[in-house]
Design a protein around this ligand. Structure first.
Ligand code: ZN
Length: 321
């Protein structure tokens, strides 16, 4: 294995870059987050209960750390931010022949609670670059970005380490390289293939057979989705599955307009279905324009091969039935 190239190592000693959030910590974003996560801890959303807690008032969920400094759709951070990319070295690696990238893992640590009105900024630097490594995906470098988060008084809030693998795919997997060779006509973009792993293979094999399966705890019988190794209710690792009826209702939906990412058609409605068994899954509605979708609408599953070799559970309105 070769050593880390010297010009990459130079990134390790660069000054951290500072990025500011657009909005102060605020109750509206906290409420949306708690709603999406189904986190009902009252210290986040109930001012009366929060006042009586050890916090003495509302606080933000620590896991929202990154939410406060997300950039806008145009790609810009809040006023006063560094205008350079925190991960600029990835572009350099592309020029060196490592075009593909995959996120590896993310670790967060929390030091202090944030409260409504606080302003957040973070400092980003490249913490580590591996030597060139060979993995099942290809040959490349593991790169870790360290983000250190602070409030308006420059007190540390937390840290986030985000690790990626920037690589050149093995020859057999050159299709993973998003850039076509110059002479080739670019292939039509395809949907991301679901990653099948030990925890979720049962689900996708069910979809292949035209069955919608729900994971069930082997001890307390609680149903859960998406598939995961441990029961969140009783922490058992035992599980089996039940076959869903395929009926449910639209629990929520969004209609994506921007940014338009191939291969989807826009506007692109994405629905969250609550199955009659009680679990929810994200899917798409078939045969209904975005403007006709509404919350509470009864739906039923249909299995469709949306692209060659990719069968997905979609839903259609069950109202006529
Ligand atoms: Zn359980």
């Amino acid at each position: 294995m070769s050593q880390t190239p010297e010009h990459l190592a130079a990134y390790l000693t660069q000054e951290p870059r500072t990025y500011h959030g657009w909005d102060p910590v605020n109750e509206a974003m906290i409420r949306h987050w708690c709603d999406a996560m189904d986190d009902r801890n009252p210290v986040y959303t109930d001012p009366v209960a929060a006042a009586q807690s050890v916090h003495g008032g509302l606080v933000a969920p620590p896991t929202m750390l990154q939410a406060w400094i997300m950039r806008g759709y145009g790609g810009e951070w809040g006023p006063g931010s560094d205008r350079r990319e925190p991960f600029a070295m990835l572009e350099e690696l592309e020029k060196l022949g490592y075009p593909a990238v995959v996120a590896v893992n993310c670790e967060q640590e929390y030091h202090r609670y944030l409260r409504p009105g606080d302003r957040v900024y973070y400092r980003s630097r490249i913490e580590s670059i591996s030597e060139e490594k060979t993995t099942a995906l290809g040959v490349g470098f593991f790169i870790t970005e360290l983000g250190e988060y602070f409030n308006q008084d420059h007190e540390p809030i937390g840290t986030m380490r985000f690790r990626v693998f920037k690589y050149r795919a093995h020859p057999a997997q050159q299709s993973a390289d998003p850039r076509p060779a110059p002479s080739e006509k670019p292939a039509a973009p395809q949907r991301m293939r679901p990653v099948r792993n030990r925890d979720n293979t049962f689900f996708w094999e069910g979809v292949d057979r035209g069955e919608l399966l729900i994971q069930r705890c082997g001890v307390c019988q609680t149903l859960r989705h998406p598939p995961s190794p441990m029961c969140p209710h009783c922490q058992s690792l035992e599980h089996d599955t039940v076959k869903a009826s395929g009926r449910g209702v639209v629990h929520s939906f969004v209609v994506m307009h921007h940014p338009a990412i191939p291969p989807f058609d826009y506007p692109n409605p994405v629905i969250l279905v609550e199955l009659e068994e009680g679990t929810r899954l994200v899917s798409q509605m078939e045969g209904l324009p975005a403007g006709k979708i509404r919350i509470g609408m009864p739906v039923e599953v249909v299995f469709r091969e949306v692209e060659d070799g990719l069968q997905l559970p979609l839903f259609r309105s069950a109202e006529e039935a």
